[in-house]
Write a protein that binds this ligand. Structure first.
Ligand code: DC
Length: 208
């Protein structure tokens, strides 16, 4: 069984996916980490982000994509590069293949919860349950601001809101796999209390 979770930056997809993984024992795959990993490698190697040839070189050198969630992958710099490279079809194809292989390899003894931007719409279109997480821009910016401050990064709320709007624009308007509400997805309003969101999702999973 696959549960997909899509939604914009800062909507709480990761928290919801972790919750489902713990509560139901599903394997969690955070697809954003895969983009962030590659973005981090690009940042470190100081290549020209506009050069697709150089990005392809880095991808070739990257033997295994890791999905360990290191703190350094969550910085704003990495976020920006991740959203830029995610516009390339060759990058998306590479990362989608990795995700499908991961599921195929583990499917005999696992269920999965996978979060991202195109999971229910492109990568796992036949998933048993598709969720789309909806939260206002302002609430997302507030949560992201708190996250950054708590992790010790300097941060300005107005700048975070601006970045969130920009990232949404990029994610929703790119020509390859834009962020959309997947067909058949259930929209989860995650503006309020997490417990309410969790209860709603648990009911959906119970009824699959
Ligand atoms: O969910 P996140 O913030 O960790 O994602 C980082 C970036 O990767 C984000 O700008 C969009 C991109 N991404 C994507 O395009 N498709 C996915 N399935 C997951 C992430």
């Amino acid at each position: 069984m696959i549960v997909t979770i899509d939604g914009p930056a800062g909507s709480g997809k990761g928290k919801i996916a972790k919750y489902i993984s713990n509560k139901w024992g599903f394997k969690h795959l955070d697809s954003g980490i895969l983009y962030r990993n590659l973005a981090y490698k690009i940042l470190k190697s100081q290549i020209d982000i506009k050069s697709t040839t150089e990005i392809k070189e880095i991808m070739k050198e990257q033997k295994n994509i890791s999905f360990r969630n290191y703190k350094r992958l969550r910085s704003e710099k990495v976020s920006k590069i991740a959203s830029i490279i995610a516009t390339h079809k060759f990058v998306r194809d590479h990362i989608n293949k990795f995700q499908r292989n991961f599921v195929n390899f583990n499917k005999k003894n696992s269920h999965f919860v996978i979060d991202g931007r195109d999971i229910g719409s492109v990568v796992f279109r036949n998933a048993e349950l598709k969720l789309y997480i909806d939260v206002s821009e302002q609430n997302r910016a507030k949560r992201r601001y708190k996250q950054l401050i708590d992790s010790g990064e300097k941060s300005i709320y107005r700048q975070i809101l601006k970045d969130i709007k920009l990232r949404d624009k990029k994610d929703k308007n790119r020509s390859v796999s834009p962020l959309v509400i997947p067909s058949g997805a259930i929209i989860i309003n995650n503006n309020g209390n997490f417990l309410r969101t969790a209860n709603q999702i648990n009911k959906l999973i119970r009824n699959i």
